[in-house]
Unconditional design. Sequence first.
Length: 95
Amino acid sequence: MFSGRLSGLVLTQSIARLDSGLRFTYVGPRLARLLRAQPASLVGQSLAHVFGRSLAKRHRDEAVRALAGEPVVFEERFRTSQGRRWAQVTLAAGT
């Protein structure tokens, strides 16, 4: 499906790292708190599982562009432990 890795999912200064299958390989403590989860419990989970299939499908094209090396920035509304919040999301290919 995808090749490469995505680094830098940013949600209100929260960091995560995704592999080529859009599964979390790292989740920072702030993002985990917003999701009311422990970072380790999110590692290995897919973006679709954590944020919903609809969101993952909606941003598939952005993920493909980012995996191809193009930095991608967009806004999205997420459901968090603090309610629904708008966030600027940056996707960038990692090493």
